[in-house]
Design a protein around this ligand. Sequence first.
Ligand SMILES: [Zn+2]
Ligand SMILES: [Zn+2]
Length: 304
Amino acid sequence: MIRFLKFFFILATTIPIYTQSEYIYILGNTQDAGMPHIGCKHKFCLDNFTKYEEFYVTSIAVVNSDLNKYILFEATPDITYQLNNLKNNIFQEFLLPEALYISHAHIGHYSGLMYFGREALGTKNLLVKVLPKMSIFLRKNGPWSQLVDLNNIQIQNTKFDESNLELSNIHVTPIKVPHRDEYSETAGYIIKGKNKKALFIPDIDKWEKWDKKLIDLVMKFDYLLLDATFYDMEEINRDISEIPHPLVSETISLLNTLSKEYKSKVYFIHMNHTNPMLDPDSDLSKSVIKKGFNIARLGQKLYL
Ligand SMILES: [Zn+2]
Ligand SMILES: [Zn+2]
């Protein structure tokens, strides 16, 4: 009996006391153009035309399982499969998000909106939260303007550094990040739950171009989902100034002096099809993990 009670005591002290009803759910980890990539000749891409493994474009849901509701970040070209994944693995029924945040007007981040229109689901007043330039882009350009005209979506403007309350306990704050802003500004997001705080930066040009220091952010946040488009220059066969991103190798060396406890807060996401980190079995994935960092994978839950 004593042994039995001891077991329960150990169990009770190791289980976190906070309720775990709210979490980030990873719905995709690739760069905008997805995996497999159009016209690609790499083995990993070619294999994934036939293996039907699940690689989707970068997106996350924030779920409140008590309320049976969620909010979604990014409308990707893979949204059909991503919402089906939520149905199969989280809700057991098809549910639309309570709100949809879109970071910027590059194809992987907003083009999935087309599936809410007349030719597809034909939603009614789906709440889409975007920054002012993105809002104008959607309202003024077809086919997106038709979604607005037919009330498939209802756009609500957000502001940088202004918090939005979602799902009772979640605070979402868009923050400005430097990126190629051809059609819209670009947002990163602070997602604050009751217990933990996450930073979602799917796309950024270079850490040096930002007015924030990455190392300070690692101190402040519990989870950092960071742009990992390219691991190093070997993957890039064109001028990187056309498509700037922090290389994962640069991000790792910026954070290299930190202890494993801090490094483990980092989840690399938004990987290009050329980045071997997409393949969980690659030597590079193993070495990144061994250094203490994480790689975002479909279906992971990060409790808030
Ligand atoms: Zn992107
Ligand atoms: Zn982008």
